[in-house]
Design a protein around this ligand. Structure first.
Ligand code: UDX
Length: 437
């Protein structure tokens, strides 16, 4: 079994580190943020991710997983170093890789013998060359390494499952030795016959961007289809279902909604579009998907405003769901941010609720009134907007809701409520691409 260090304890780093230790390797997760490491050392998980806490606990108990701020020692004592630090969006749309560069330099400084350096962070194509250059410049004379790109396809909310049961593992490596070492790291998956793709570094980097941008494009496409459905009296659910029955299209990622959010799609679409422009090979499809997504978020605000009488001023709106999708506490780029901002800017009052993400949203809107249940949120409101498809909202009682609201007005941006029931209980309602009142 190998000794492995994962640098960066965000979603990708923590899930990957814990997952690799579950494969039987000895993993050290290293981070320069002291508070995060202290929390992890005391058995607490800094992010909400189903199954992660059990995975971490199991492997810490087995002595295969540890946490440290001593990045240098962790590098020195490992055979494989994963880089899993953040690559936020820079000013020009391109990903900012300064954290990756800093890690590359410290790996170089601590390169005692041969190691595999592997990037998991989503990085612009060409970053591999940059990392190699920085390591080469800072390493001692006896240092030796191979570089690998091993992009991650984790979805927040199901990251543990995605790591332990991936559709494929992509390994971009020019050296056979490094590829063999990586195949060993992922041996349990390999034994289960999970496809392991061996590519060059640029191809592996490209696969990640191309896959994410395509999924974002697919969502923007179905959102535009939904918008057109509204104009022609078609039902987008039936359209999407029939489209998905064509094996070439697949039914996944064809759910219309308020526009995609999260830490990946918005950032990665901007990054690939910026890169494509820079290389003189623009991706018009992705540029369009980005604009469509921004418009979709605005459309939701327009829908809510129309439903409530053309003006938010003096009105109270309940916002159900703050996370960018269910089963996560992440609110980054969530469509609910746009909604809340518009209501407040236009003189309305917001009552907000998310089963998990209230605290995360407080960072964006500290002054907002946060509730602890959908009932408390909807009481005495002039309208309600469902922004995230948490299961508890799927089952909310329209009968109860109607009585507690000032007037029965609801925007279902995730199409989770029964239209027949909304009609039966006399709601004034709207959704995305389906029949409205
Ligand atoms: C995504 C990719 O799925 C994952 O492979 C990659 O590694 C990181 O980015 P994530 O951002 O966690 O994962 O969430 P995902 O489930 O893909 O959803 C992204 C956004 O798209 C959410 O806002 C979601 O609500 C929206 N979405 C998704 C839709 O609007 N419709 C769909 O059909 C699917």
């Amino acid at each position: 079994m190998k000794k492995i260090t994962v640098i960066g304890t965000g979603y990708v780093g923590l899930v990957s580190g814990a997952g690799i230790s579950d494969f039987g390797h000895h993993v050290t997760c290293a981070d320069i943020i002291d508070s995060k490491i202290k929390m992890l050392q005391s058995g607490k998980i800094p992010i909400y991710e189903p199954g992660l806490s059990d995975l971490v606990e199991r492997n810490v108990k087995a002595g295969r997983l540890a946490f440290t701020t001593d990045v240098d020692s962790a590098i020195q004592s490992s055979a494989v170093i994963f880089i899993a630090v953040g690559t936020p969006q820079g000013d020009n749309g391109e990903a900012n890789i300064s954290a990756v560069e800093a890690v590359a330099k410290s790996i170089g400084k601590n390169l005692n013998g041969y190691k595999v350096i592997c990037t998991k962070s989503t990085v612009p194509i060409g970053t591999g060359d940059r990392v190699c250059k920085l390591v080469n410049e800072s390493m001692p004379v006896d240092g030796e390494f191979d570089y690998v790109s091993n992009p991650e396809f984790l979805r927040e909310g199901s990251a543990v499952k995605d790591f332990l049961w991936p559709d494929r593992v992509v390994i971009g490596a020019t050296s056979e030795k490094a590829f063999d070492i990586m195949r060993d790291v992922y041996r349990p998956l390999y034994v289960n016959e999970k496809p392991m793709l061996h590519t060059n570094v640029a191809t592996a980097e490209m696969i990640k961007y191309a896959a994410n941008a395509f999924l974002a494009l697919k969502i923007s496409y179905i959102n535009e289809v939904a918008n057109l459905c509204e104009k022609v009296g078609a039902d987008v659910h039936q359209v999407a279902k029939a489209m998905g029955q064509d094996g070439r299209i697949s039914p996944k990622f064809l759910h219309p909604g308020p526009g995609y959010g999260g830490s990946c799609f918005p950032k990665d679409t901007h990054a690939i579009a910026a890169l494509a422009r820079k290389k003189g090979s623009p991706m018009n499809t992705i540029e369009a998907a980005i604009v469509t997504n921004q418009d979709q978020k605005k459309r939701m605000v327009d829908k809510m405003r129309n439903l409530i009488g053309g003006n938010f001023s003096g009105k109270t709106v309940g916002v159900l769901g703050l996370a960018f999708k269910p089963n996560t506490d992440d609110v980054r780029e969530s469509a609910s941010i746009e909604m809340i901002q518009a209501i407040m800017d236009e003189g309305g009052t917001v009552k907000a609720y998310d089963p998990i993400a209230n605290e995360s949203m407080e960072e964006f809107f500290p002054e907002l009134s946060y509730c602890q249940s959908w009932e408390e949120t909807c009481k005495q409101t002039d309208g309600v907007a469902i922004m995230t498809e948490w299961n508890e909202f799927r089952g909310l009682s329209l009968e109860k809701l109607k009585v507690m609201m000032n007037s029965p007005v609801i925007l279902d941006t995730r199409n989770i409520l029964s239209i027949n029931k909304l009609i039966e209980f006399g709601f004034q309602f709207d959704n995305v691409g389906r029949e409205k009142s």
